[in-house]
Design a binder for this molecule. Sequence first.
Ligand code: CIR
Length: 259
Amino acid sequence: MPDRFNRAILRRPGPTFAAGLTASGGGSPDLKRALVQHAAYERALEGCGLVLTVLPADERFPDGTFVEDTAVLTPRAAIVTRPGAPSRLGEADSIERTLDGFYTTVLKLVAPATVDGGDVCQCEDHFLIGVSERTSVAGAKELAGILGDLGYRATLIDIRTSKSLLHLKTGLSYLGEGRLVVAGDLPEGADLGPLERVGVDPGEGYAANCIRVNDRVLVAAGFPRFAERLQGLGYDPLPLEMSEFRKMDGGLSCLSLRF
Ligand code: CIR
């Protein structure tokens, strides 16, 4: 059983949302629709029992709604990252101040190492850390060292050869119960340890970024085969519309920091 969550930090998309980084080719997002989808996401987390801290949008940071990239949260400490895209580095400041209000131990990555939280997948006491265009080798190693000091294990997974994955968790999620959702575009031979793999059908790759939140699994709407597979395994999927965040290369996990 994964850690139970009590709280989450989020930030609503702001007026500059459409100016964020994207390679999706999905067109420009509609802010109004994004806000409706974000509101549904907030309600879903509340429905899972979480108390939310919703930060105000900051128009200096178009990608600021993807708060997951700015920190790695564990029950033993919070680690503030240094996001790998220069336009996103400053997002971590307000997250650090927010985390100071909740954690006694808030650690920080040291320059020039970079890590995006989207590259970090916690599987109980074992962390998978993606080395990507955003998370440098130095960043992944520094984070692994910090996690090691906290008593966790960490394994680095190089995803730089996979063109379709922005982050490790674009193609991978930990469901709990020793099960890992894995999309086909993860590099072959990636050392994922002894976890049971739950596959995602070709054409449903976006669904691989799902999040287990207490008794539910939040999944992107529109991927029926994946939702059925989860049900078959005894999970209770909660589908959410994600179209506007997908246009900006974002998924369900990116929109919150859960702890
Ligand atoms: C970016 O490229 O940084 C944002 N447009 C999307 C970040 C998505 N974050 C995530 O997958 N953890």
